[in-house]
Design a protein around this ligand. Structure first.
Ligand code: PLP
Length: 390
């Protein structure tokens, strides 16, 4: 067998993430400021690391679904925050980050050839997840003129008899858009009318600004039974490396996800699950402080980027990403990011890394300190002014 033929066919459509490409180039510019990261630059709240230290002797397997205490705490969270009852015995699963929950949901739901509508630009794991399930990803454009949110007419036009799942992600990576109550409600109605299952990726639920509210998709009429809500401790509590996420859903779907989880992961790292429990049960002040600081940085990016000729940028309502329009530079986003890296020594991610509708934009993460952001903006401004970019 030739080497090239050895890997399974299901991998043939996978290509390395465009973010990885940027990381590789970053090595060539050692003093570059990186605004590429999708993780908070904060430490987890101290009660979380303390709980991890106390739990270090929890060295055995936990139940496949996760430790009961954490599932019970998550059940209380759903009741308190969304008014929804989820049975901790059967309707909640603890996963290795939101990423695992997403893959489990797709593998559990999608039959070969079935269509999955995915936000485009969207989080880089959606499309590969659909390919792993041997489904067909259908790009759901998030257009700037529509505030980077799906247009109901366009969603309707993309639905066929093969459509099975729609992925919704609000607050959104990479655009920072957040669905309003009416927008979420319209999407929910469409899902019910067309018998679609919704995978609602809500990992940025706590990171919203200016009184913007997050609405859990499962709360709309007819939705609880057709929605898998995916969430994570990664962004809210700056716990990306702990790898703890979770999903809420109806019993049959959580059971299906558990089957895959049980034969692949068995259970999430036990001490990390106790740390996650401490995050949920401890003070939520550190989360508010983090969001306050993100907001300060968001304002900085907004005012400074818009002052630089060529950038057009509307204030995002959630997550910690800026997604400015760079079309007036008349360059593809990959080339633009390469120039920013090599001429301005600032690393950003080309919009096209998030899908073809991301072309013409770049993503800057403001999970970098205020001072570093200021310095990065100075460098970008200088590079653009001195026409080094062109
Ligand atoms: C939209 C979105 N969903 C899910 C995840 C997964 O995060 P984790 O696996 O760390 O929970 C990310 C991480 O960047 C994300 O941006």
């Amino acid at each position: 067998m030739k080497k090239a033929d050895r890997k399974a066919l299901r991998l043939c459509r996978l290509k390395p993430s465009g973010i990885r490409r940027m990381f590789d180039s970053l090595k060539e510019v050692p003093d570059a400021i990186s605004l590429t990261l999708g993780e908070p630059d904060f430490a987890p709240p101290s009660h979380v690391s303390e709980a991890l230290a106390v739990a270090r002797d929890k060295s055995h397997y936990t139940p496949n679904l996760g430790i009961p205490e954490l599932r019970e705490a998550l059940s209380r969270k759903a009741k308190k925050e969304y008014g929804l009852s989820y049975d901790p015995e059967t309707e909640i699963i603890i996963t290795a980050g939101g990423t695992e929950a997403l893959f489990l949901a797709l593998l559990a739901l999608v039959n070969p050839g079935e269509e999955v509508l995915i936000p485009n630009p969207g989080f880089v794991c959606y499309e590969p997840g659909v390919y792993f399930a041997e489904g067909k990803p259908i790009a759901l454009p998030l257009r700037e003129e529509n505030g980077f949110k799906p247009s109901i007419e366009e969603v309707r036009s993309l639905i066929t008899e093969k459509s099975r799942v729609i992925i919704i992600n609000s607050p959104n990576n990479p655009t920072g858009s957040v669905l309003s109550y009416d927008e979420a409600s319209e999407l929910a109605k469409l899902a019910v009318e067309n018998d679609l299952i919704v995978i609602s990726d809500e990992v940025y639920e706590k990171i919203t600004y200016d009184d913007t509210k997050h609405y859990c998709l499962a709360t709309f009429p007819g939705m609880r039974e057709r929605t898998i809500v995916i969430n994570s401790f990664s962004k809210t509590y700056a716990m990306t490396g702990y790898r703890v996420g979770y999903a809420y859903g109806p019993k049959d779907l959580i059971h299906a996800m558990k089957l895959i989880h049980q034969y692949t992961i068995a259970c999430v790292n036990a001490p990390a699950q106790y740390a996650a429990l401490a995050a949920l049960e401890g003070s939520q002040e550190p989360v508010k402080e983090m969001v306050k600081e993100f907001n300060r940085r968001r304002q900085l990016l907004y005012s400074r980027l818009n002052e630089i000729e060529g950038f057009e940028f509307t204030l995002p309502k959630g997550a910690f990403y800026a997604f400015p329009n760079i079309k007036s530079f008349k360059m593809l986003s990959e080339e633009f990011c390469d120039r920013l890296l090599f001429k301005a020594r600032v690393a950003t991610v080309p919009g096209v890394a998030f899908g073809k509708y991301g072309e013409g934009y770049i993503r800057l993460s403001y999970a970098a300190s205020y001072e570093r952001l200021e310095k990065a903006l100075d460098r970008i401004e200088r590079a653009v002014k001195e026409l080094m970019i062109w």
